[in-house]
Design a protein around this ligand. Structure first.
Ligand code: AMP
Length: 115
């Protein structure tokens, strides 16, 4: 998608601190980290959000790639014992960039409170 900043990151047209990449997904450090480790994992293809992913013919493949990426990144940052994966869906769900992405946060005690 032409004006999507995350599409530009996926195509390496916009700089980001990439920590993981393969044909399907790319992961990079969040520009405004909320925890010591805060990585965004996303499909390279432009999919608006998690709700739209459900309609995608390669939904399972993409989720599998995201899951593998999350585990590898958790190992990379030594946080496999405890981390959280979140996706904000739609404006009311807190989404501000409308290219599906998953926040992988950790590196500190997160507690059980979700909101
Ligand atoms: P969300 O509110 O779930 O859509 O999350 C969007 C996230 O993208 C926020 O945590 C931002 O800090 C992050 N973000 C926005 N632009 C960039 C960028 N160019 N590089 C890295 N992270 C970004």
């Amino acid at each position: 998608m032409q004006d999507c900043i995350f599409c530009k990151i996926a195509k390496h047209e916009l700089e980001a601190e990439v920590v993981y990449e393969n044909d399907l997904v790319i992961a990079f450090k969040d520009a405004n980290p909320v925890t010591k480790v805060h990585i965004l994992i996303m499909p390279k293809e432009h999919i608006k959000n998690f709700y739209e992913l459900a309609k995608h013919p390669q939904q399972a493949l993409i989720m599998g790639a995201v899951t593998e990426a999350a585990a590898e990144i958790a190992d990379q940052f030594n946080i496999s014992e405890g981390f959280r994966v979140i996706t904000n869906n739609g404006r009311a769900g807190g989404q501000s960039v409308f290219h599906l992405h998953f926040h992988l946060i950790g590196g500190q005690e997160l507690g059980m409170k979700l909101v």
